[in-house]
Design a protein around this ligand. Structure first.
Ligand code: AMP
Length: 287
């Protein structure tokens, strides 16, 4: 496994792999890797000849009051995990390798980026789409791997590659969870032991939504209300949103259509830590 911080050298290494006829899989991350990230690298390994993982804490996707400077940086163990999962190359640029001081260009997905996460984190998705475009330019992957954990993010990336004719297939991978259901996240390490106990209630609220979708005639609007009530009944959680939305447009879903699906999405703060999670809902029963 090679480790390289220069965009030019990574581009050259990937061009060389392509010249040899290898297919390229790319896994963008911000490091502080856990089993969720590892599952993406493993999936990429199983579907491509050459796997490049990227580790870059991207400043442009953090708001001014967010945790950029204290975001966990654990490069040595990250590299071990990439090696164990079968990465061929890890791209570890510095901020100055990715952004010229006089850079003026951003990539923006206009509609989808303004709701839910975008409403609570203004500018966040502009940072994501700009850096992912740059990573795609540098690594020219056949396939790129994203987690369902960041549901809105993978939807926005799909929109972006379609709109900009970027020749890459986006693969969305399942959410990897702790034993009690808490979605793995690099930010979970910020939680105190007491907060860590409460955090699993987010998964419990999503499980409640899942049960209501499958086994009752409750409307999506009421499912969302029941999720919110569950979360608000849990001391310590401050709910930013708890919604049931269309899986493609993220518009709030009002009525259930048997055989169709929706997505339950939650963002909540626990102390200073912001957590997100989601669950696809399959409606088996009419309203
Ligand atoms: P991050 O390092 O937080 O930017 O995440 C890098 C990639 O890993 C993103 O595509 C995330 O959606 C994905 N990811 C993060 N947590 C999980 C998880 N628990 N299960 C699956 N994928 C995840």
């Amino acid at each position: 496994m090679e480790v390289e911080s220069s965009p030019g050298k990574v581009h050259a290494a990937i061009r060389e792999a392509r010249r040899r006829g290898l297919t390229i899989g790319c896994v963008p991350t911000m490091g502080a890797l856990h089993a969720g990230h590892v599952s993406l690298v493993q999936r990429a390994r199983s579907e491509n000849d050459f796997v490049v993982a990227t580790i870059f804490v991207n400043p442009t996707q953090f708001g001014p009051t967010e945790d950029f400077s204290r975001y966990p940086r654990t490069l040595d163990t990250d590299l071990e995990q990439c090696r164990g999962a079968g990465a061929n190359l890890v791209f570890t640029p510095q901020v100055s390798d990715m952004y010229a001081a006089d850079a003026e260009t951003i990539v923006r997905v206009t509609g989808l980026s303004t709701v839910l996460e975008g409403a609570h984190r203004p500018g966040h998705f502009d940072g994501v789409t700009t850096v992912v475009t740059k990573l795609f330019q540098i690594t020219e992957p056949d396939r790129a791997y994203f987690g369902q954990k960041d549901y809105q993010q993978q939807l926005i990336i799909r929109r972006m590659v379609q709109d900009l004719n970027i020749p890459v297939t986006i693969v969305t991978c399942p959410i990897i969870r702790e034993a009690d259901g808490l979605a793995m996240s690099s930010r979970n390490r910020y939680l105190s032991p007491e907060e860590r106990g409460i955090a699993a209630e987010i998964f419990q609220a999503l499980q409640l939504a899942d049960r209501l979708a499958v086994g009752s005639a409750v409307s999506p609007r009421e499912i969302a209300e029941r999720m919110r009530a569950h979360l608000e009944g849990t001391g310590g959680l401050s709910v930013q949103y708890a919604v049931v939305a269309d899986t493609q447009t993220l518009a709030s879903q009002e009525t259930r259509i048997p055989g169709a699906s929706g997505v339950a999405l939650i963002a909540a703060k626990l102390g200073t830590t912001r957590l997100i999670d989601n669950q696809i809902l399959n409606y088996s029963v009419a309203e």
